[in-house]
Design a protein around this ligand. Structure first.
Ligand SMILES: Cc1cc2nc3c(=O)[nH]c(=O)nc-3n(C[C@H](O)[C@H](O)[C@H](O)COP(=O)(O)O)c2cc1C
Length: 164
């Protein structure tokens, strides 16, 4: 199995069909996230899945509200500070966790968009949800069946990335 193709084909999807993603598929996406590597295998990620009105209420905290409203479901990804041993490394592990989820979703024909701008209002989101201080919101992932192809994928050529 060549994993490079799905890695390259995945695009951020910001427009979604109305169809609902089955709970079992969402569970598999979360399972994919949970198999990410983490320092000391501390697995600092925690998840919350929201849909319908509860999902839409989160849209007020980002300028990308239309993406949240169009999505069937959103996954909020938190760092559990009680499980954390190094803020920097735990953030990296959570990034790996999120990428696992995006790739697994893509392979299942589900579109996703990693939303980071919402972190500008992290405190407000957490207050709205009544989330305790030991958890820190790191990203929101919008999910749904794609109603667009996404932008043309573009990346720097490898020779632009090499230091030597
Ligand atoms: C940390 C991070 C934060 C992001 N935040 C947003 C966001 O707030 N809104 C949005 O529309 N896309 C967001 N994106 C998606 C990027 O714009 C997208 O991944 C990038 O343009 C490359 O496009 P591709 O995912 O289609 O390959 C974010 C991606 C990452 C990794």
């Amino acid at each position: 199995m060549d994993i490079l193709e799905p890695i390259k084909q995945r695009r951020s999807i910001r427009k979604f069909k109305k169809d609902s993603i089955p709970t079992e598929v969402i569970d598999k996406i979360l399972e994919a996230g949970s198999w990410a590597p983490s320092g000391l295998n501390n697995q600092p990620w925690r998840f919350m899945v929201l849909e319908a009105n509860e999902k839409d209420a989160i849209a007020q905290f980002t300028k990308y509200s239309s993406i949240i409203k169009a999505a069937d479901k959103i996954i909020l990804v938190f760092m559990d500070k009680d499980a954390s041993y190094s803020y920097e490394k735990d953030l990296m592990a959570i990034g790996a966790c999120i990428q696992n989820m995006l790739l697994y979703a893509h392979k299942q024909g589900i579109g996703s968009c990693w939303l980071g701008e919402i972190l500008n209002q992290r405190k407000e989101v957490q207050k709205h949800l009544g989330i305790l201080e030991n958890l820190e919101l790191e990203a929101v992932i919008a999910l749904g069946y794609p109603a667009e192809k996404g932008e043309k994928g573009e990346r720097l050529a490898l020779n632009k990335l090499m230091i030597k």
